[in-house]
Design a protein around this ligand. Structure first.
Ligand SMILES: [Zn+2]
Length: 288
C-alpha cells in the first residue's frame, strides 16, 4: 500500500500530503465514522515518514521499513489501543475499558528517547476518546511540546469526546462515510450485515422480538458500552445511506441513533440506551 492508494478519502489524503510536506511535529487528529480507513491512513503516514526509498511525501510499500510497519513490528511505530494495553498489562482485552494513564506515560517515555531505526517515532493513538481524564492530561503535555522527530496521530470516531484542549492542539483530518469499506475484518463484515438486517427488520418486527433475535443473546444488559456504541454506529450506516438517498422516513431513526450516542456519552447505562433505542426505532417504523 502507498499513501497514493487511499483514494476513497480524497480530502483526508490531501491534508495528510500537505502535513507530510511540512515535516512537522504538529499532531494529527483523524476523526470520522468507524470502518472508513482512519487507522490505515495513519499507518500509511507512518510509512511515508520512515520509508527509505526517498519518495517525497509517500512510501514505496516494499522497503524493509514499509514492510515492518505493515507487519506491525517496526520499533519506532506504535499503535496504542485497548489491545496494546491488554498485552502490556498481561490482562484480557475485556478488562480494558479505558486507555489508562500508565499506558500514556509509558508511551511518553518512549517518545522522549531517540528513535531506534527510522528517522521518525510515530505514535498512533487509536480510540483516543477512551483516554481517562488523567491519561488525557498526560497526552496534553506531550501535544503541547512534542519531542523532536515525533508524529502523534490521534484516531477516534468521537472527536467531541476529547478534551477541547487536545482537539485544539491537533490538526483535524475528517474522514467521511463511503459506500464500500474494504478494510473490514470478516467479523466486522458479519456485524455490518447483521446491522443491515436489523435495520431492514425494524419496520416489520414487533418490539419484543426485535431485541432478542437481533443480537442472538438475552437482553442487551450483557453488552458492554463499546459493543453497544459499535452497534449504534453500524446502524447509522444504513440510516445515513437512506438519508442521503433522500428517504424522509430515515430522518427520525437517524435522530434517534444520534440521541442514543449522546446518551452513551452522558454515561446513561448502555443496556438501557440500546433497549430504548430499539423500542423507539421499532415504534417509529411500525407507526407508518
Ligand atoms: Zn518504503
Amino acid at each position: 500500500m502507498r499513501l497514493e492508494s487511499v483514494i476513497e478519502q480524497p480530502f483526508a489524503l490531501e491534508l495528510c500530503r500537505k502535513w507530510l510536506k511540512r515535516q512537522t511535529t504538529h499532531p494529527l487528529l483523524f476523526y470520522g465514522p468507524v470502518g472508513v480507513g482512519k487507522k490505515m491512513m495513519a499507518l500509511e503516514v507512518a510509512k511515508a515518514l520512515n520509508c527509505t526509498a526517498g519518495l517525497e511525501g509517500d512510501s514505496c510499500g516494499s522497503c524493509l521499513s514499509c514492510r515492518k510497519i505493515a507487519a506491525g513490528n517496526h520499533p519506532d511505530v506504535r499503535v496504542i489501543d485497548l489491545a496494546w494495553q491488554a498485552a502490556e498489562r498481561k490482562e484480557p482485552i475485556e478488562k480494558q475499558q479505558n486507555l489508562r494513564i500508565e499506558t500514556v506515560l509509558a508511551e511518553r517515555h518512549r517518545l522522549l528517547q531517540s528513535s531506534v531505526e527510522g528517522p521518525w517515532k510515530v505514535s498512533i493513538l487509536d480510540e483516543a476518546h477512551r483516554l481517562t481524564p488523567d491519561a488525557a492530561n498526560v497526552l496534553l503535555k506531550i501535544l503541547e511540546e512534542p519531542p523532536h522527530s515525533t508524529a502523534l496521530i490521534l484516531v477516534t470516531p468521537f472527536r467531541d469526546r476529547l478534551l477541547p484542549t487536545i482537539v485544539s492542539r491537533a490538526q483535524p483530518v475528517r474522514f467521511r462515510y463511503r459506500e464500500r469499506a474494504p478494510h473490514l475484518s470478516h467479523e466486522e463484515v458479519e456485524a455490518h450485515r447483521q446491522s443491515e438486517t436489523l435495520w431492514e427488520s425494524l419496520a416489520n418486527l414487533p418490539p419484543a422480538r426485535l431485541i432478542q433475535p437481533a443480537e442472538g443473546r438475552a437482553r442487551s444488559g450483557k453488552l458492554g458500552r463499546t459493543e453497544i456504541e459499535d452497534h449504534i454506529q453500524r446502524l447509522l450506516v444504513p440510516a445515513t445511506r437512506a438519508l442521503r438517498a433522500g428517504d424522509p422516513k430515515a430522518q427520525e431513526p437517524a435522530r434517534l441513533l444520534h440521541n442514543a450516542l449522546t446518551q452513551l456519552r452522558q454515561n446513561v447505562q448502555p443496556g438501557l440506551v440500546y433497549d430504548n433505542l430499539l423500542l423507539q426505532l421499532s415504534k417509529e417504523r411500525t407507526a407508518r
